[in-house]
Design a protein around this ligand. Structure first.
Ligand code: IPM
Ligand code: MN
Length: 353
């Protein structure tokens, strides 16, 4: 297959993990005879510094020309600590989501047996937890009408029926391919927008009679996720609830540095780690490249290249089993492996497979 990939490395540890993602992508392409072409583009704080815009027009064009975007991370503390900053790296991320119509954010929450002891939850509670959060990504409070003056402020949690229908469809399609259990998370006891979600889901449910649909209030879902994470198979929810629940989901596995995500919609899909730009670690060769590398697996799988994705997952598991790990997940007394060394080990594994 011929694939054109836009590579957006961004800020902090972004460039380092991006490099390893690209190496793995290329090794797999070579192994399976795919022709991958990369086009690099700037975003985030890096792009603000260079051209004053966190998602410049040229980057947008690069993305739309590509078959997929391999994204790393954006964010820089010099903007976080300046409430008067007119433009922030995160706006680049939001602009990318909106302009590429990336309404479906898919965040799998998987546990790795050898890292379960890192979970803040008890082993036996979290072992085997395996679910997917489908977060609506271009609507709700993030993009609804906003107002702020010195005395009052509001954000509008707007959703239209087509927006709700299309994301629920993604949820149902995932549930069908998994264990046929969809949990629609909302706050229908309080919010009108949630009542629309629930109404639309109830109307759609009969078309997916093979899937068990249940409804859960978001506060209850947050609790259930730490009490009984194995309850969930596929969660579908609005933008803000999804933002919060996916952070919770990513930390209960004990392996936040290992979780990839996919954002898909109307235009080019984007694949990126769930974690952020970790600016304090930038340039130190200590960041875990696995979430980025697993994002490459999701990318291949998106194009139905299942064997390619499987080989990457196998290589990642092998690296963990061999204790080829970055410092934050290394076992006591284990050798030191940096971002680059872990990436190289995985590339080597793929070449020899
Ligand atoms: C995420 C992040 C973003 C969000 C921020 C950086 C704007 O937290 O991708 O979850 O809130 O969506
Ligand atoms: Mn978030």
């Amino acid at each position: 297959m011929k694939l054109k990939i836009a590579v957006l490395a961004g800020d902090g540890i972004g460039p380092e993990i991006s490099e390893q993602g690209v190496q793995v992508m290329s090794a797999v392409a070579e192994r399976f005879g795919h022709d991958v072409e990369y086009e690099y583009a700037i975003c985030g704080a890096d792009a603000i510094d260079k051209v004053g815009d966190p998602f410049p027009e040229e980057t947008f064009q690069t993305c739309t020309r590509a078959d997929a975007v391999l994204f790393s991370a954006v964010g820089d503390p010099k903007y976080d600590n300046d409430p008067t900053a007119k433009v922030r790296p995160e706006q680049g991320l939001l602009a990318m989501r909106k302009r590429l119509g990336l309404f479906a954010n898919v965040r799998p929450v998987e546990t790795f047996d050898c890292l379960i002891h890192k979970s803040p939850l008890k082993d036996d509670l979290v072992r085997g937890a395996d679910f997917v959060c489908i977060r609506e990504l271009t609507g709700g409070m993030y993009f609804g009408e906003k107002y702020q003056d010195n005395d009052k402020a509001y954000d509008t949690n707007f959703y239209s029926r087509p927006e709700v229908e299309r994301i629920l469809r993604v949820g149902y399609d995932y549930a069908r391919r998994r264990h046929k259990h969809l949990t629609v998370v909302d706050k229908a006891n309080v919010l009108a927008s949630s009542r629309l979600w629930r109404q639309v889901a109830k109307e759609m449910a009969p078309q997916y009679a093979d899937v068990e649909t249940d409804f859960m209030f978001v506060d209850n879902a947050a609790m259930r996720m730490i009490q009984d994470p194995r309850f969930f198979d596929v969660i579908v929810t609005e933008n803000t609830f999804g933002d919060i629940l996916t952070d919770e989901g990513s930390c209960i596995t004990g392996s936040m540095g290992l979780l990839p995500s996919a954002s898909t919609g109307e235009s080019t899909p984007v694949f990126e780690p769930v974690h952020g730009s970790w600016p304090q670690a930038a340039g130190q060769n200590i960041a875990n490249p696995l979430a980025q590398i697993l994002s490459v697996a999701m990318l291949y799988e998106y194009f139905n290249l299942e064997a390619e994705g499987r080989l990457i997952r196998e290589a990642v598991n092998a690296s963990l089993d061999a204790n080829v790990r970055t410092p934050e997940i290394q076992v006591e007394g284990g050798a030191h492996y940096g971002t680059r060394e872990v990436g190289e080990w995985i590339v080597d594994y793929i070449r020899k497979a």
